[in-house]
Ligand binder design. Structure first.
Ligand code: S3P
Length: 442
């Protein structure tokens, strides 16, 4: 298979219903937690992407039996202390920051030495954020500058901690919760709000003694550890981070309509819907339902001609953290200057996404000014591309690849977009789904 795709024409009008694959954050958490449960858990619509496969492969390496039969995944949980950790175990997290960071917490209570490593992009990412709180539990880490590969020296004498998590990172919060699961006593975390799938799963699916107190900007989570839990089944809703590309595709296309069925619209994740609405994008959510504490619904979106720029409220930052690249594309076509502040966490993703955005937008003739934690995008409603564009060397960031495809399909020009295999991380069926809507991708 070629390493790039070519897109030389805009997508024609469409009016369709689609479903996007299962939520990545929930899929990874389900595999990890069901591995520690007692009994056999079942899941349908588990995301079959590389990040989830790395998670499955790693849990299997530690003795958990996982198999798939007729679209259902089965995980034979081993209990909190049942993992089989070999001497000098090596775990490959691939491209998955979520698995790698949560795993540091999960393995903390095992008196063993486990080395975790990953691909080039993951190896440049910061792990001090999870090392710091986990050291307070009594875990030791050996690494070069807090980057992968990291050797985790766990202990079965963990002590509970209090931690103030100020980055608004669900990965940090979840790494602490995973360690707390097998720590005697009460662990308390005060954290800036971020996606809350871990705590919802612990509370609603596992019935663990966990208290969640929502204050204005800070959540307090209290959890009593060392409580075994039983198997739990999960029907995983669609991933809003995947739906995001189709939302923007539709808004920026001509005379088109799309319904994206059964998407997770948890308030901690649905920032893109609020941002699109603030920009006057035609979007609404119907058929809302709650499942295991998670909200889901059908997203209806339509082409929109007169998009307005946005001065993005900070409250939306963590709620849209994975969607900013594609949101910036929306801003490129909006009237006025869009402003985003306090988004320096974007520099910590699969690539430095603030730099990436500025570089990409400059290439397509959109002015931006960027500094450490902010970006301004000078939108142009008449943006219509004619030239040749090559998208290459973005650390194989899957979301850069997908954003570039949406740019090509809505703005015109002749695009050659490299690293097509990157979509395996989160959304392997991305190109096929675009083709179903009529996109011409070579
Ligand atoms: C994730 C949390 C976010 C997000 C990542 C998935 C998770 O990272 O960017 O793609 O599943 O917990 P941070 O928690 O580091 O912001």
């Amino acid at each position: 298979m070629k390493s790039f795709v070519k897109i030389n024409s805009k997508i024609n009008r469409f009016n369709k219903k689609i479903i996007v694959p299962g939520d990545k954050s929930i899929s990874i958490r389900w595999v990890m937690l069901s591995s520690l449960a007692i009994g056999i858990s079942k899941s349908i619509n588990l995301l079959e992407s590389e990040d989830v496969k790395s998670t499955i492969r790693s849990m299997k390496k530690l003795g958990v039996k996982i198999h798939k039969k007729k679209n259902i995944y089965y995980v034979e949980g081993v209990g909190l202390n049942g993992l089989n950790v070999k001497k000098n175990e090596k775990i490959n997290a691939g491209n998955s920051g979520t698995f790698a960071r949560l795993f540091c917490g999960l393995i903390s209570s095992y008196a063993s030495e486990v080395t975790i490593f990953g691909d080039k992009s993951l190896s440049r990412r910061d792990f001090s954020r999870v090392i710091k709180p986990l050291q307070l539990f009594g875990v030791n880490f050996k690494s070069n500058n807090n980057k992968l590969p990291i050797k985790i020296v766990g202990t079965n004498f963990l002590r509970p901690i209090y931690y103030l998590e100020q980055k608004g990172s669900a990965q940090i919060k979840s790494a602490i919760l995973f360690a707390a699961l097998n720590t005697p006593g009460k662990t308390v975390i005060d954290c800036v709000k971020s996606r809350n799938h871990t705590e919802l799963m612990l509370k609603n699916s596992l019935n663990l003694p966990i208290k969640i107190k929502n204050k204005k900007s800070i959540h307090r989570i209290e959890i009593d550890g060392q409580k075994e839990f039983s198997k739990f089944d999960y029907n995983i809703p669609g991933d809003i981070s995947s739906a995001a590309f189709f939302i923007v595709l539709t808004i920026l296309s001509r005379d088109s309509k799309l319904c994206i069925k059964n998407v997770n619209i948890n308030k901690t994740r649905s920032g893109i819907i609020d941002i699109a609405k603030k920009m006057k994008g035609k979007i609404k959510v119907l058929n809302k339902k709650t499942y295991n504490g998670e909200l889901k619904g059908d997203i209806y979106v339509e082409s929109t001609k007169n998009l307005k720029s946005i001065n993005c409220p900070k409250e939306l930052n963590t709620r849209s953290i994975d969607e900013f690249l594609i949101i910036f594309l929306l801003c490129a076509k909006a009237k006025g200057i869009s402003k985003f502040n306090g988004i320096e966490e974007l520099r910590q993703k699969e690539s430095d996404r603030l730099q990436t955005a500025a570089k990409f937008l400059k290439m397509i003739g959109v002015r931006t000014t960027e500094n450490y934690g902010s970006i301004k995008i000078y939108g142009n409603p008449d943006l219509n591309l004619k030239g040749n564009y090559k998208v290459k060397n973005f650390l194989k960031d899957h979301r850069v690849f997908m954003m570039s495809c949406i740019a090509a399909l809505t703005l015109g020009g002749n695009f050659q977009i490299y690293d097509r295999s990157s979509i395996r991380s989160s959304f392997p069926s991305f190109l096929n789904l675009l083709k179903k809507l009529g996109a011409n991708i070579i």
